[in-house]
Design a binder for this molecule. Structure first.
Ligand code: MN
Length: 308
């Protein structure tokens, strides 16, 4: 039928929607688990302040090993852990010992320096490990750990799921971050919908189960869809019931981050200093209560071979 231009039609005319790009993640391995790393990706280091997104697992059903990541350091970022299946024990140099299960968020802020370890219970295990780059104003400050045991659930226009951080679909998570962010784990049955997004944010969509079409781009699991700022209404279509995907976004960081190993900084000198502090076991990172072996840092490739 003809009639007034609806919100969805107007959204399709939005030039920003034409700027959506699909990027394939790369497969790697972390702590004995297969991982699809969807961010950073070719030509893009950050979406808002999100600077790292790993889809972990599931473990090989034939030879399932629990995920084991021994004590290792971080600077300049907050880690957000979100499990889809199983449970894991987080320990860190603040003295934290925290079990995390699906539906809960662990948010660990590194600031100037923190160290932690992650140990999964027996498989099945599946989760998402995300990093959030800290802005200049907080990245040299102290470290912190917060566990959110319960997060707001949404069931709106066929979309159901949970809000991990920020506000979406009328719900707001209690999670506090240094920059304005949104993060949601959503599920949609076969069909299409659209929902309001903050036009000041850039976003990405990360399929977890099933293929997701965002605007004209089709995203497979293990892919990332980049959505530029300026989109007020995000059109989503899926082919199968219970298709599950993440929506992440935030105010563009406006700072060029430099990432190497577990460090988020602004230049090589800062990373070299953090590398030496970890290898020299200075008190910058502290001790982690963990039965796992400490992970030694690889030598940064810009240091001469005779250097330590
Ligand atoms: Mn870590």
């Amino acid at each position: 039928m003809s009639g007034p231009v609806q919100q969805r039609d107007a959204a399709c005319e939005n030039e920003a929607l034409a700027g959506i790009q699909a990027r394939e993640g790369r497969t790697t391995e972390v702590g004995g688990l297969p991982v699809a790393r969807v961010l950073p990706t070719k030509g893009r280091r950050t979406v808002g302040a999100w600077c790292f997104v790993d889809l972990m697992g599931p473990a090989d059903a034939e030879e399932p090993d629990p995920m084991e990541v021994g004590p290792h350091p971080h600077i300049g970022l907050a880690t957000m852990t979100w499990l889809l299946e199983g449970e894991a024990l987080h320990t860190d140099s603040l003295g934290t010992e925290q079990v995390i299960r699906p539906g809960q968020v662990n948010l660990m802020t590194a600031g100037h320096g923190i160290a932690h370890a992650e140990l999964a219970a027996q498989p099945p295990f599946r989760g998402v490990q995300m990093w959030i780059a800290q802005p200049e104003v907080t990245r040299h400050a102290g470290s912190d750990f917060v566990h959110h045991a319960a997060l707001p659930q949404i069931d709106e226009g066929g979309l159901r799921g949970m809000i991990l951080v920020g506000s979406l679909l009328g719900a707001t998570a209690p999670t506090q971050t240094d920059t304005a962010l949104v993060g949601a784990d959503l599920m949609l049955d076969r069909g299409s919908t659209s929902f309001a997004t903050d036009a000041g944010f850039e976003h990405c969509v990360v399929p977890l189960d099933g293929r997701v079409r965002v605007g004209q781009e089709v995203l497979e699991p293990g892919w990332l869809g980049l959505i530029p700022a300026g989109v007020e209404e995000l059109p989503i279509a899926v082919e199968t019931d219970a298709t599950r995907f993440l929506v992440l976004g935030g105010t563009p960081l406006g700072e060029r981050v430099s990432m190497w190993w577990n460090f988020v900084a602004r230049d090589q000198d800062e990373i070299t200093a953090a590398y030496r502090d970890w290898q020299d076991r200075t008190d910058r990172f502290g001790e982690v209560p963990s039965s796992l072996d400490r992970i030694e840092a690889p030598r940064p490739p810009w240091l001469p071979a005779e250097d330590r």
